[in-house]
Design a protein around this ligand. Structure first.
Ligand SMILES: [Zn+2]
Length: 246
């Protein structure tokens, strides 16, 4: 099992809660059709008591359900994304998630299992709670991330490796048409316009959040391939007609 974290998301972690005294936490988010790929990371304040004091210390932090819910509803769901898990920091050396009474809400594992159980009613696709632990070694100036995945089918957390790498596919730029004007002495406007019509279709496919993302990306890449063939064929025809005119 491997958790992939986008470098931009990892950077937010490293510049924020990684360097602060434990315990703090950040929500991990992404697309549920790729539930081990973290695209977004957001540090969230701990729960507060009636007097506004944060319920967090060197060995615990209580999640703030209202903040997480707001982030979920305002910044994730409208973009087709969802919660994937929580990264939280531990004192150096505490490499394991904490246990505790089932349903008690104290301890990492029971609270994560409880979250998955409650979420199952509204979002049954969320099956894997990504639960990396971050530990910062002040003396070495080094951060350690330990990968864990909590899943209702397994009584114990599943160890996972962590990969900081970008998996985001960028839509291909139009290249076939741009070289035409300088190569040959005829206007390439219609070729460029034709390429843009493909791009508009590609953009609307990529933006359609009702379609699972891998499928959108497959369709966009497929259309991009067709566009290239189409533009090259049109370019050939134009070149031949310019030859004939010359
Ligand atoms: Zn913990």
């Amino acid at each position: 099992m491997t958790i992939t974290i986008e470098p931009a998301a990892y950077d937010i972690y490293m510049r924020s809660i990684a360097r602060r005294p434990p315990e703090e936490y950040a929500v991990l988010a992404g697309f549920l059709d790729d539930p081990f790929h973290v695209t977004d990371l957001r540090p969230i304040p701990p729960m507060t008591d009636a007097r506004g004091r944060a319920n967090a210390g060197h060995a615990h932090v209580q999640l703030n359900a209202d903040y997480i819910g707001h982030y979920l509803n305002r910044e994730l769901v409208p973009f087709g994304k969802y919660l994937l898990g929580i990264l939280h920091t531990h004192p150096l050396g505490i490499t394991r998630l904490s246990g505790g009474r089932a349903g008690g809400g104290d301890g990492d594992i029971p609270s994560m299992r409880g979250t998955l159980e409650r979420a199952a009613k509204s979002e049954p696709r969320w099956q894997y709670f990504l639960a990396p632990i971050g530990m910062y070694d002040v003396d070495q100036g080094k951060d350690h991330l330990i990968g864990n995945v909590v899943c209702l089918d397994h009584p114990e957390p599943i160890p996972a490796s962590i990969n900081i790498v970008s998996k985001i596919v960028q839509p291909a730029a139009i290249q076939a048409s741009s070289s035409v004007t300088s190569d040959v002495g005829f206007p390439a406007d219609d070729l460029i316009a034709h390429g843009w019509r493909y791009q508009e279709r590609i953009n609307s496919i990529l933006a359609d959040q009702s379609t699972p993302r891998p499928h959108r990306e497959w369709m966009a890449n497929y259309l991009d391939g067709i566009r290239q063939q189409d533009l090259l064929a049109r370019r050939e025809r134009l070149l031949r007609s310019v030859d004939r005119q010359a």
